[in-house]
Every structure is written in C-alpha cells, then in structure tokens.
Design a protein around this ligand. Sequence first.
Ligand code: NAD
Length: 299
Amino acid sequence: MPAKLIDGKALAAATRTKVAQGVAALTSQNRPVKLVAILVGDNPAAKVYAENQARTCAQVAIAYELKQLPATTSTAELHAAIHTLNRDPSVTGIFLHSPLPAGLDLQEAQYQIDILKDVEGVNPANIGHVVYGHTIIAPCTALAVVELIDSTGLDLTGKEVAVVGASRIVGRPLALLLTERNATVTLCHIHTKDTPAHTRTADVVVVAVGKPNLLRADHIKPGAVVNDVGINRVKITDAFGKVTEKTVGDVDFDEVSKVASWITPVPGGVGPMTVAMLLRNTLRAAKLVHGLEKTFSGK
Ligand code: NAD
C-alpha cells in the first residue's frame, strides 16, 4: 500500500491559525509581539528569505522589522546592534540572517542574542536547555520534524529512530528532542560506516543531508515513517531535451513512498512547517519576554 502523505502545508496552516490567535490575545493586552531580523550585507538569497519572512509574519499579525547593516559592519558593531535589541522592551524576538559577510562569525553573533528572544533557538544556552529536557526555545526545523511525526499518531516511546545528518541546526537538536520523547535515536553522519544498516531497522527515518536520492526503498523498513528535510535543486531533462529545475529532498520519493507508511513530500513537508515553527517560537518568545510563561529556572 502506498504511504500516506504527511501534509506539512496543512499542519503549518493550522499552526499559523493558533499563533494568530495567540498574537491577537497578547496585542489586545497591549503586549507587543515584534520580530526584528538583522540582515548584514546584501546576500540575494537572504533578502528573498527576509521578504518571505515579512509576509509570513504579516499573516499572523506579528510586527516585523528588517534591520539592514552594511557588509562592512564589524564584529563589535554587529554585537552592539544585537545588544541594543536585547535591551529594547518593544522587541520580543531576534533573528539573524545568514550567511554573514566574510569576517563575521555567525555562531559568535548568535551567542549574543538574549535566550528569551532567540526565536531560532541557536544560542548555546538554549541548546543546553534542550539537553536537560527544559526546552525554552528549540531550533525550528527540529521542532517541525517532531510535529510532523506526531501528526501521524505514532507514539515515539521505545521506537527506533535513525536521524541521518548531524548538523548543529537540524540533526543534533532533533536527536535530543526525540530522546526526550523516549525514542532510541541513532544519529548518522558522513563518517557513519554503514548508514543503511541503521535506517533499515528504524521505525522512523529522518534525513537531513542535502543529497538527492540518498535514501532508496531498500534502505527503509516496510511501514516506517519517513521525514525528508533535504532541499535540493536538480535539473530534469524531458523527452524533448528541454531542461528544467525542480526541488527534491534527500529521499527517492517515488520508490520510498511504496514502502513507507507515512512520508513527507518535498516541497510541502518539513519546509512550510519549519516556517510555522519560527512563528510559534516568536509567540513563545513574546510570552517569555512579557513574563506570561516561565523558563525552568524561573526567568
Ligand atoms: P549540513 O551540511 O550542515 O549537514 C549535513 C549533515 O549530513 C552532516 O552532519 C554530514 O555529516 C551529513 N552527511 C553528509 N553526507 C552524508 C552521507 N552520505 N550519509 C550520512 N550523512 C551524511 O546540512 P543542514 O544545514 O543540516 O541541511 C541539510 C539539508 O536539509 C539541506 O538540504 C538543507 O537545505 C535542508 N534543510 C531544510 C530545512 C527545511 O526547512 N526543510 C531546514 C534546514 C535545512
């Protein structure tokens, strides 16, 4: 039987509705929900991303401001700009666009963001809280994958999960979140000797690598839940020799969807849900900043 689709677009729409309700409740109490994104230099992809971000925030009535800094911005100036936003009570969320121009260190800058306003969950203190099971704000894509798995109704307790790809922003935080949900997680990466040996026995497979067709049908246990985080642009040549571009994930969708029980499409799976999680994190940050929700340590 073909796999059922995990509909990231529909889940994202439902999340946006809930976030919009939460934002409306806060603003009716004169509590602002405002995301400030910092864009250093003029990277065209980051500019497009910022435009999309402004549009998505507008859909749920989150106030959005893009703070553009010149490519010549020094480390001290960038950090000072972040510190100013940290202190500004009207700003409840801070997002730093990447890549940064050469000479600026992304992680060093991310570490400057107030952990309560860190809507991407990239400050190491936030990752540390995930380790201890006291999540304040977790990275958006990792949260998105957990939500997508939950939507299938699968109870993660005791399940074998193979996460392929161990980046700081996706695979590693996801492994922590899934462990917190009582799954047994195997984290595979470029140095894993035999990744398919792990995926073949897994009840849930998540792949976040960036290589088209990395996972094929014989890498997946029949009935497994498959989440494809990868985003790859590939060239397709049609029967008349015309070449077009298409976005695909890391999974051979046509093959794997015949074996899996549930699968995320690309596009339309993890991508829209990641955007929705950024909005949800922004609402959460606002509640923390306004003292309506508390962290484990009571902040
Ligand atoms: P990254 O380059 O930082 O990390 C890739 C990881 O894959 C590394 O841990 C590496 O060791 C591992 N890897 C590489 N080749 C491998 C192989 N053959 N077998 C097993 N592991 C291997 O990547 P990233 O930033 O985590 O992104 C991964 C993919 O996910 C990219 O395609 C990216 O565009 C996509 N992505 C999508 C979203 C979304 O919202 N859908 C969000 C973030 C990233």
